[in-house]
Write a protein that binds this ligand. Structure first.
Ligand code: NI
Length: 253
Protein backbone atom coordinates (compact mmCIF):
# COMPACT_ATOMS: atom_id res chain seq x y z
CA UNK A 1 0.00 0.00 0.00
CA UNK A 2 1.43 3.31 -1.08
CA UNK A 3 1.33 6.35 1.17
CA UNK A 4 2.04 9.82 -0.19
CA UNK A 5 3.69 12.49 1.92
CA UNK A 6 1.81 15.37 0.29
CA UNK A 7 4.16 18.08 1.56
CA UNK A 8 7.88 17.75 2.33
CA UNK A 9 11.18 19.41 1.47
CA UNK A 10 13.83 16.70 0.85
CA UNK A 11 15.69 19.22 -1.34
CA UNK A 12 16.58 21.37 1.71
CA UNK A 13 20.16 21.66 2.96
CA UNK A 14 19.27 19.71 6.13
CA UNK A 15 19.57 16.61 3.92
CA UNK A 16 22.78 17.51 2.08
CA UNK A 17 24.75 14.81 3.94
CA UNK A 18 22.31 11.92 3.50
CA UNK A 19 19.55 12.85 1.02
CA UNK A 20 19.76 9.55 -0.91
CA UNK A 21 19.36 7.49 2.28
CA UNK A 22 16.45 9.60 3.54
CA UNK A 23 14.63 9.20 0.24
CA UNK A 24 15.45 5.47 0.12
CA UNK A 25 14.06 4.97 3.63
CA UNK A 26 10.79 6.50 2.45
CA UNK A 27 10.59 4.62 -0.86
CA UNK A 28 11.50 1.30 0.85
CA UNK A 29 8.39 1.69 3.04
CA UNK A 30 6.26 2.70 0.01
CA UNK A 31 6.15 6.36 1.00
CA UNK A 32 6.08 8.49 -2.13
CA UNK A 33 6.25 12.27 -1.93
CA UNK A 34 5.52 15.70 -3.23
CA UNK A 35 8.64 17.83 -2.89
CA UNK A 36 7.46 21.38 -2.32
CA UNK A 37 9.31 24.48 -3.55
CA UNK A 38 9.63 27.59 -1.37
CA UNK A 39 11.55 29.96 -3.67
CA UNK A 40 13.15 29.81 -7.12
CA UNK A 41 16.22 27.85 -6.04
CA UNK A 42 14.25 25.35 -3.93
CA UNK A 43 11.67 24.92 -6.70
CA UNK A 44 14.49 24.15 -9.14
CA UNK A 45 15.92 21.57 -6.70
CA UNK A 46 12.45 20.05 -6.22
CA UNK A 47 12.14 19.66 -10.00
CA UNK A 48 15.58 18.01 -10.15
CA UNK A 49 14.56 15.42 -7.51
CA UNK A 50 11.33 14.73 -9.39
CA UNK A 51 13.35 14.05 -12.53
CA UNK A 52 15.59 11.64 -10.65
CA UNK A 53 12.87 9.58 -8.92
CA UNK A 54 9.63 8.23 -10.42
CA UNK A 55 7.81 8.46 -7.09
CA UNK A 56 8.71 12.06 -6.31
CA UNK A 57 6.66 14.90 -7.76
CA UNK A 58 7.43 18.58 -7.38
CA UNK A 59 5.70 21.89 -6.86
CA UNK A 60 6.99 25.40 -7.51
CA UNK A 61 6.19 28.49 -5.50
CA UNK A 62 7.31 31.27 -3.20
CA UNK A 63 6.73 30.80 0.53
CA UNK A 64 5.09 33.90 2.08
CA UNK A 65 7.96 34.38 4.54
CA UNK A 66 10.34 34.53 1.55
CA UNK A 67 8.45 37.44 -0.02
CA UNK A 68 10.59 40.58 0.07
CA UNK A 69 9.69 44.24 -0.13
CA UNK A 70 11.13 44.69 -3.59
CA UNK A 71 10.04 41.41 -5.10
CA UNK A 72 11.53 40.68 -8.50
CA UNK A 73 9.02 39.95 -11.25
CA UNK A 74 8.25 36.33 -10.57
CA UNK A 75 5.64 35.14 -13.00
CA UNK A 76 7.84 34.20 -15.96
CA UNK A 77 10.47 32.58 -13.73
CA UNK A 78 7.91 30.31 -12.06
CA UNK A 79 5.86 29.68 -15.17
CA UNK A 80 8.71 27.69 -16.71
CA UNK A 81 8.58 25.29 -13.73
CA UNK A 82 4.79 25.08 -13.74
CA UNK A 83 4.87 23.71 -17.28
CA UNK A 84 7.24 20.85 -16.31
CA UNK A 85 5.48 17.44 -16.50
CA UNK A 86 6.45 16.40 -12.94
CA UNK A 87 5.34 19.72 -11.40
CA UNK A 88 1.88 19.01 -10.05
CA UNK A 89 1.03 22.20 -8.15
CA UNK A 90 1.75 25.85 -7.51
CA UNK A 91 3.10 26.27 -3.99
CA UNK A 92 3.81 26.67 -1.37
CA UNK A 93 2.32 30.14 -1.54
CA UNK A 94 0.03 32.04 0.80
CA UNK A 95 0.00 34.40 3.78
CA UNK A 96 1.89 34.26 7.08
CA UNK A 97 1.03 37.03 9.55
CA UNK A 98 2.38 35.00 12.46
CA UNK A 99 6.00 35.25 11.42
CA UNK A 100 5.73 38.46 9.37
CA UNK A 101 4.20 41.35 11.37
CA UNK A 102 5.29 44.16 9.03
CA UNK A 103 2.23 45.62 7.23
CA UNK A 104 4.15 46.47 4.04
CA UNK A 105 5.40 42.90 3.78
CA UNK A 106 1.95 41.51 4.56
CA UNK A 107 0.55 43.56 1.69
CA UNK A 108 3.33 42.30 -0.55
CA UNK A 109 2.39 38.72 0.45
CA UNK A 110 -1.19 39.40 -0.64
CA UNK A 111 0.00 40.86 -3.94
CA UNK A 112 2.18 37.80 -4.60
CA UNK A 113 -0.56 35.37 -3.59
CA UNK A 114 -2.95 36.99 -6.07
CA UNK A 115 -0.31 36.56 -8.77
CA UNK A 116 0.27 32.87 -7.93
CA UNK A 117 -3.47 32.21 -7.73
CA UNK A 118 -3.75 33.54 -11.26
CA UNK A 119 -0.74 31.49 -12.38
CA UNK A 120 -2.34 28.32 -10.97
CA UNK A 121 -5.70 29.07 -12.59
CA UNK A 122 -4.29 29.79 -16.01
CA UNK A 123 -2.16 26.61 -15.92
CA UNK A 124 -4.96 24.50 -14.39
CA UNK A 125 -2.81 23.41 -11.42
CA UNK A 126 -3.94 23.11 -7.79
CA UNK A 127 -2.52 25.34 -5.07
CA UNK A 128 -0.50 24.26 -2.03
CA UNK A 129 -1.31 26.98 0.47
CA UNK A 130 0.64 27.98 3.55
CA UNK A 131 -1.42 30.13 5.91
CA UNK A 132 -0.79 31.25 9.48
CA UNK A 133 -3.05 33.68 11.31
CA UNK A 134 -4.30 35.10 8.00
CA UNK A 135 -7.22 32.82 7.16
CA UNK A 136 -9.75 35.64 6.70
CA UNK A 137 -7.59 37.56 4.22
CA UNK A 138 -6.83 34.32 2.39
CA UNK A 139 -10.53 33.48 2.06
CA UNK A 140 -11.23 36.98 0.76
CA UNK A 141 -8.59 36.68 -1.97
CA UNK A 142 -9.72 33.20 -3.02
CA UNK A 143 -13.28 34.51 -3.18
CA UNK A 144 -15.25 32.49 -5.67
CA UNK A 145 -12.26 31.47 -7.79
CA UNK A 146 -12.69 28.05 -9.32
CA UNK A 147 -9.41 26.77 -7.90
CA UNK A 148 -8.61 23.52 -6.10
CA UNK A 149 -5.87 22.96 -3.58
CA UNK A 150 -4.82 22.10 -0.06
CA UNK A 151 -4.52 24.22 3.06
CA UNK A 152 -1.31 22.59 4.24
CA UNK A 153 -0.27 22.33 7.92
CA UNK A 154 -3.74 23.37 8.99
CA UNK A 155 -3.68 25.18 12.35
CA UNK A 156 -7.11 26.58 13.07
CA UNK A 157 -10.52 25.43 14.24
CA UNK A 158 -13.07 23.38 12.31
CA UNK A 159 -15.21 26.49 11.71
CA UNK A 160 -12.36 27.87 9.60
CA UNK A 161 -11.70 24.49 7.96
CA UNK A 162 -15.36 24.37 6.92
CA UNK A 163 -15.00 27.59 4.93
CA UNK A 164 -12.20 26.03 2.87
CA UNK A 165 -14.05 22.72 2.56
CA UNK A 166 -17.02 24.66 1.16
CA UNK A 167 -14.74 26.02 -1.56
CA UNK A 168 -13.61 22.48 -2.44
CA UNK A 169 -10.23 22.58 -0.73
CA UNK A 170 -8.49 19.70 1.04
CA UNK A 171 -7.09 20.11 4.55
CA UNK A 172 -3.51 18.93 5.22
CA UNK A 173 -2.46 17.70 8.66
CA UNK A 174 1.07 16.89 9.85
CA UNK A 175 3.09 16.02 12.96
CA UNK A 176 1.64 18.97 14.89
CA UNK A 177 -1.44 16.86 15.66
CA UNK A 178 0.75 14.25 17.38
CA UNK A 179 2.06 16.68 20.00
CA UNK A 180 -0.88 19.02 20.67
CA UNK A 181 -4.59 18.42 21.19
CA UNK A 182 -5.42 21.89 19.89
CA UNK A 183 -6.54 20.74 16.43
CA UNK A 184 -8.27 17.48 17.39
CA UNK A 185 -11.70 18.96 16.67
CA UNK A 186 -10.60 20.01 13.17
CA UNK A 187 -9.08 16.56 12.49
CA UNK A 188 -12.14 14.68 13.74
CA UNK A 189 -14.67 16.79 11.82
CA UNK A 190 -12.82 17.17 8.52
CA UNK A 191 -14.18 14.34 6.34
CA UNK A 192 -11.52 11.72 5.58
CA UNK A 193 -12.36 12.18 1.89
CA UNK A 194 -11.03 15.75 2.18
CA UNK A 195 -7.99 15.08 4.38
CA UNK A 196 -4.35 14.94 3.23
CA UNK A 197 -1.39 13.76 5.30
CA UNK A 198 2.08 15.30 5.16
CA UNK A 199 5.29 15.70 7.18
CA UNK A 200 6.55 19.19 6.19
CA UNK A 201 9.96 17.57 6.76
CA UNK A 202 12.56 18.67 7.88
CA UNK A 203 10.27 20.56 10.27
CA UNK A 204 7.47 19.57 12.69
CA UNK A 205 8.75 16.10 13.59
CA UNK A 206 5.91 13.90 14.89
CA UNK A 207 5.85 11.89 18.10
CA UNK A 208 7.65 9.60 18.92
CA UNK A 209 10.57 11.22 17.08
CA UNK A 210 10.35 14.72 18.64
CA UNK A 211 13.76 16.38 18.85
CA UNK A 212 15.04 14.61 15.74
CA UNK A 213 15.06 15.92 12.17
CA UNK A 214 11.81 15.01 10.42
CA UNK A 215 11.72 12.87 7.26
CA UNK A 216 9.02 11.61 4.83
CA UNK A 217 9.04 8.02 6.18
CA UNK A 218 7.55 9.39 9.44
CA UNK A 219 4.30 10.34 7.67
CA UNK A 220 2.75 7.10 8.98
CA UNK A 221 2.73 8.66 12.48
CA UNK A 222 0.33 11.35 11.20
CA UNK A 223 -1.95 8.67 9.70
CA UNK A 224 -1.88 6.75 13.02
CA UNK A 225 -2.92 9.85 14.96
CA UNK A 226 -5.81 10.60 12.59
CA UNK A 227 -6.94 6.95 12.88
CA UNK A 228 -6.82 7.20 16.67
CA UNK A 229 -8.79 10.47 16.76
CA UNK A 230 -11.41 9.27 14.28
CA UNK A 231 -11.46 5.81 15.83
CA UNK A 232 -10.96 3.98 12.52
CA UNK A 233 -8.26 1.58 11.23
CA UNK A 234 -5.02 3.24 10.10
CA UNK A 235 -5.32 1.41 6.74
CA UNK A 236 -8.52 3.30 6.08
CA UNK A 237 -6.68 6.58 6.67
CA UNK A 238 -3.70 5.73 4.45
CA UNK A 239 -5.88 4.32 1.67
CA UNK A 240 -8.27 7.28 1.54
CA UNK A 241 -5.65 10.02 1.94
CA UNK A 242 -3.59 8.45 -0.85
CA UNK A 243 -6.66 8.45 -3.09
CA UNK A 244 -7.25 12.11 -2.20
CA UNK A 245 -3.67 13.08 -3.03
CA UNK A 246 -3.75 11.25 -6.37
CA UNK A 247 -7.01 12.96 -7.23
CA UNK A 248 -6.08 16.51 -6.19
CA UNK A 249 -2.72 16.49 -7.96
CA UNK A 250 -3.77 14.30 -10.89
CA UNK A 251 -1.00 11.75 -10.24
CA UNK A 252 -0.61 8.38 -11.95
CA UNK A 253 0.97 6.34 -9.19
NI1 NI B 1 6.44 23.49 3.93
Amino acid sequence: MTIIDSHCHPQFSQYDQDREEVIKRALDTNVHMICVGTDLEMSQKAVELSEKYDSIWASAGLHPTEVSEVQEPTRAAYEKFIKHNKVVAVGEVGLDYYRIKDKILQNKQKEMFIEFLDLAMSNKKPLIIHCREAYDDLLKIIGNSKISGVIHSFTSDFKTAEKFLAKGFFIGFNGIITFTDQYNEAVINTPLTRTLIETDAPYLTPEPYRGKRNEPSYVIEVAKKIAELKNIPVEEVTEQTTKNTLKLFGLND
